[in-house]
Design a protein around this ligand. Structure first.
Ligand SMILES: Cc1ncc(COP(=O)(O)O)c(C=O)c1O
Length: 326
């Protein structure tokens, strides 16, 4: 048997354990696996094995197949495009038809903003969430001319070096790979469930805030103060390019910050000429109600639109786009 065929033949012969053992042997141990299921096909909410077992996939590919496995419209769109044009390299061609129509559709769904300069109307398409985050860091550094980034405890932003430096949800992502990219400072994320403080204070909201979704709620204000302290004690505003945050902490524990926290961050960014970078790779663009609450933000939105392929992008307001990856 030719060496390259062995794994496939084992699977076809029904020896799933041997195929899997061989697969693990030929792939890096860095990737962890929650179970030993070998997925062969998927439909809607379910995944099927070669033996015909079906499993309810409650993960939706961590947001990648949020329309369900092999949604008929997604499959048709991919098939039609693959038959028409697979790749038109961006430096070679001015544009391609699919890209033009995608921008059209994204513009239609972007939220309105109170000021024209805050409208999100620039899109930079990337291959993965990590690349989108790295790009956002580059935009923040390039645009502000400042080196440092504030990220949050428990945040997961990806596995590339820039994104990894902002990630602190588990030690395994960095262990053995340091030194990581310098200039990242990690602040505490508001974990209100575990907050020991009791206070009736609320986060101070920007004066022009008219959003009904921001409901008053008792809050100790500690995490926002911690960021302010960080700007006094560890990274000066003059050296801080931006703050990167997951609007809902994902891997770090599915934690929603108290209302007003994100607006407080935005206010801090405005005060000190820093950019607020919202990582919505996991919560998924437009599925997150906060989009409407934060739509006037002068920020980069990073998201992965579900459907079929891992696909991400950095969204930004007009005057940020010059710094995008060259
Ligand atoms: C919040 C968040 N940011 C960034 C990433 C990195 O995305 P990718 O795995 O596509 O590089 C992920 C991945 O799950 C994520 O959950």
């Amino acid at each position: 048997m030719p060496p390259g065929r062995q794994l496939t033949s084992l699977l076809q012969a029904g020896d799933v354990h041997a195929a899997l053992a061989s697969f693990y042997n030929h792939t890096p141990p860095a990737v962890s696996h929650l179970n030993d299921i070998v997925a062969v096909s998927g439909k809607g909410t379910h995944v099927f094995t070669a033996g015909g077992d079906s499993y309810l996939d409650m993960t939706s590919g961590i947001g990648v197949v949020s329309t369900g496995h092999c949604h008929v419209r997604v499959v048709h769109a991919v098939q039609a495009q693959a038959a028409k044009l697979v790749h038109a390299q961006q430096n070679i061609f001015g544009a391609h038809e699919a890209g033009i129509s995608l921008i059209d559709r994204l513009l239609q769904i972007m939220p309105s903003a109170s000021r024209p300069e805050n409208v999100i109307n620039k899109f930079f398409f990337t291959n993965s969430g990590s690349e989108a985050i790295d790009n956002a860091i580059k935009v923040a550094r390039g645009h502000t001319g400042k080196p440092n980034i504030i990220a949050f405890e428990g945040g997961f932003h990806g596995r590339t070096y820039g994104a990894m430096a902002c990630t602190s949800s588990k030690t395994i992502y960095r262990q053995g790979f340091g030194p990581v990219m310098p200039g990242v400072f990690i602040a505490p994320y508001p974990a209100c469930l575990h907050c020991k403080a009791s206070s009736d204070q609320e986060y101070p909201l920007p004066p022009d805030t008219q959003h009904t979704m921001v409901k008053p709620r008792s809050c100790c204000n500690g995490p926002l103060e911690a960021v302010e302290w960080m700007l006094k004690m560890q990274t000066a505003p003059q050296e801080t390019a931006g703050i990167i945050v997951e609007p809902i902490l994902g891997e770090g524990g599915i934690i929603t910050p108290p209302p007003g926290f994100l607006l407080g961050l935005r206010k801090l960014c405005d005060k000190h000429g820093m950019l607020l970078i919202l990582d919505e790779v996991r919560v998924i663009l437009l599925r997150h109600l906060l989009l409407h609450q934060l739509c006037h933000f002068y920020a980069c939105w990073i998201s992965r639109l579900g459907g079929m392929q891992v696909w991400a992008h950095t969204l930004m307001t007009t005057d940020l786009h010059h710094q995008s990856k060259r």
